[in-house]
Ligand binder design. Structure first.
Ligand code: GLP
Length: 247
């Protein structure tokens, strides 16, 4: 595992964008696993800037996103499809028919999940998976639990996640209660993993994930078993790891 410390959020975004750019340049037909949340926004902005300068070409890139709310259409401005379009895809030369997000409008959960697993297989697996991390160590929508869920599955969002997400919706009632998310096996099957984190709210999760016991109570801790993980994190999120003298 390689850990790059960034001075601040801007530095983390640039370093992460450099790593993803290298992947695209070295393998133009690459399959990227992408993530939503506030953390990757700066990285996406940087990639757009480099695309505009002519340094990056997304024309042969395929993407698969980690998760999507069940019940939201891609036109809903709270859906993860909408997030990806507005934060990245609308601004680069990617072929949108090769950008995949679980189908939030599929009511049959089993079908939605099977379809998504098939998509991941049909694109030949993920070359580089980008991950943010939840304050409780969740990745995608794999929340802490008793077991690692393997492939794409439907999750009942925890009360705390629903509350945390409520700020983006007009009222609590509008916040989806379920989501489709890639499972741990999907994520761990990626050839490379790029985990990004920023802010003191992630310090505990980062310490437990990178140095604590491997347990489904801290879903990101499974990454310790992956062969090729790069972490890019700012000093605030690394503070507990520094305090323990581990870095
Ligand atoms: C959500 C997403 C995750 C993301 C996490 C942290 O739960 N499903 O993929 O990593 O939030 O988000 P943020 O980057 O906004 O802290």
């Amino acid at each position: 595992m390689i850990i790059y410390a960034g001075k601040d959020y801007y530095d983390v975004s640039r370093k992460a964008a450099n790593i993803m750019s290298a992947q695209i340049i070295m393998k133009p037909r690459t399959v990227l696993g992408l993530a939503t949340g506030s953390t990757p926004v700066g990285m996406y902005r940087q990639l757009i800037e480099w695309y505009e300068k002519g340094d990056l070409d997304f024309s042969q890139v395929t993407t698969v996103n980690l998760d999507e709310y069940k019940g939201l259409s891609g036109n809903n401005n709270q859906s993860y499809r909408y997030f990806m379009n507005t934060n990245l895809f609308d601004h680069i030369n990617i072929d949108k028919s090769r950008t995949y997000v679980p189908n939030g409008l599929e009511e049959d959960s089993r079908k939605a999940c099977e379809d998504y697993n098939k998509i991941i297989r049909s694109v030949g697996g993920i070359d580089m998976q980008l991950l943010g991390i939840g304050g409780n160590g969740h990745i995608g929508f794999n929340e802490p639990g008793e077991a690692f869920e393997k492939e794409t599955h439907c999750v009942d969002l925890t009360e705390s996640t629903i509350k945390a997400n409520a700020r983006f919706f007009a009222s609590m009632d509008e916040v989806p209660k379920q989501a489709y998310t890639m499972g741990i096996k999907n994520i761990m099957s990626a050839k490379k993993i790029l985990l990004i984190a920023a802010g003191s709210a992630k310090a505990d999760a980062l310490y437990k994930s990178l140095y604590g016991p491997i347990t489904p109570n801290v879903p990101a801790s499974i990454l310790q078993l992956h062969q090729d993980v790069t972490v890019v994190a700012d000093e605030e999120s690394l503070s507990l790891i520094r305090e323990k003298g581990l870095l």
